[in-house]
Design a protein around this ligand. Sequence first.
Ligand code: NA7
Length: 562
Amino acid sequence: MSASPSVSGKSDAAAAESYDVAVVGAGFAGMYMLYKLRGLGLSVRVYEQGGDVGGTWYWNRYPGARCDVESMQYSFSFSDELQQEWDWSERYAPQPEILRYANHVADRFDLRRDIQLDTTVERAIFDESANAWSVTTSDGNTVSANYVVLATGCLSNARMPDIEGLQDFKGKLYHTGHWPHEPVDFSGQRVGVIGTGSSAIQSVPVIAAQASHLTVFQRTANFSIPARNAALTPEEREAIRAKYPEIRRFAREQARNGIYTELPDRGALDDGDNERRSKYESRWARGGLTFMSVYNNLALDKAANDTAADFVRDKIAEIVRDPDTAKLLQPTTHPIGTKRICIDTDYFATFNRPNVTLVDIKSHPIERVLPHAVRAGGRDYEVDALVLATGFDAMTGSVARIDIAGRNGQTLNQKWAEGPKTYLGLMSAGFPNLFIITGPGSPSVLSNMIVSIEQHVDWITEAIGWMRERDLVAIEADKDAEDKWVAHVNEVAHSTLYPQANSWYMGANIPGKPQIFMPYIGGVGAYRQICNDVAAKGYEGFAMSAAPARRAAALSWVSSFS
Ligand code: NA7
């Protein structure tokens, strides 16, 4: 163990820095991982491709960007001082405030000295004889690390759509997931937005208020619930802080999605029409993601789901004045909630503005982008600026960009060619000492990410600590345990309505990507219990081994009895 990097005794040119742990990414996951590993006294190097900490909140700077989980809950719980001292200004903090919070965490816990910014990890190769990873970064450096932790984020790999002519566009081109750092002002401009997922739903009302004209190109209509965002008063903040022990405990142990809310005890069809409508009305008025937890069977039973979907479709028809536009905005292709439900501020009402046009590119697909227009259904829509709100290569995209080779030189991309395979979403067989934070096969994007990040980081830290106490140097998922887990994740997913949607949960937004339901739907509380049980049983389903010298000693000890 070393508190600072060690340099091998080779010549300068061949000298390799070595760390106990290399962490990829300095978003919330990477920062907390660093904090916890320091607590074990380990040497850690964090590599971050962005120019600062914050991960997805560093890149997603589009107008109107906010978290869809309330800030008092989308925040770290590991330090009571931190959660007591940070004042969230609004129910859903805007992106700049979340990024300030990330920076505050980095400074408050003195994390920056172990974080190397503007550096992409390009390659990680496992050396079986040394039980260590050789990690090569974009600055040409190669370091050795006993463990690698991928804290690369689930929604960090912005995806450029394959639309013909995009490269010939002469106006300003933006992607919501890779937004410029300098302010963008659309005043007086004709703007096109392609995509109607969460990023578009947040940005469209803000862009519409600036642009001379906004054209929204919609392929799939989406369900969205009003955020009812508002400033938090000091009294509201204090009331939540006072209840933090219970809120955090509930989010970790009881909630399915890591969010503190009432647990429903009945299904949608157990109530009569009036009672049900009044419950939906009250959740609609309250706003936010908890709309989906009015009843306990909305994700399971199509007839139950239809009651919620119909309610939202009716609301859209009430809000949007032009009946044809309202009809286009009403989602019909998937059960409500099976694509991540969006929350918005005035999204549907924005289509009542005279300067906003909705174009249905499902029935009139985009043919190509021209230097100053988008051509769809034989018609040219002139634009000065084009915003691609087309999403991410989610969950696996950021991992796939790194050339990772494990045992016998097998790459992770080869292993995951048919879809990601992990044990508990934490490790993949054949890749010893390589951990993934909120990887595919864990609740991750179906949850309040910070709750899931904290759980994974704590689990990984405890596993490494447990190994060090026993002089163990390698941990690897068993193939058998992994196969069973993959089958379980799949079975649970297919007992719900989720696979009915062509969502990024399924990889369906990326042409050619295997269609496998990636996150674990079993719920964060149940999942945490499974992970804790695995640890309590001596890391059941993981193989652990000692260093070769120790193994040799153990073997000679055994052979002396034979
Ligand atoms: P999403 O939710 O993946 O949305 C992307 C949108 O872009 C969606 O409406 C897509 O339509 C559309 N899209 C993607 N590719 C194309 C092409 N080629 N042509 C036309 N339209 C296209 O990404 P977001 O960034 O909005 O949100 C991601 C998550 O971030 C969100 O769930 C929150 O958790 C935060 P489709 O539905 O595929 O027909």
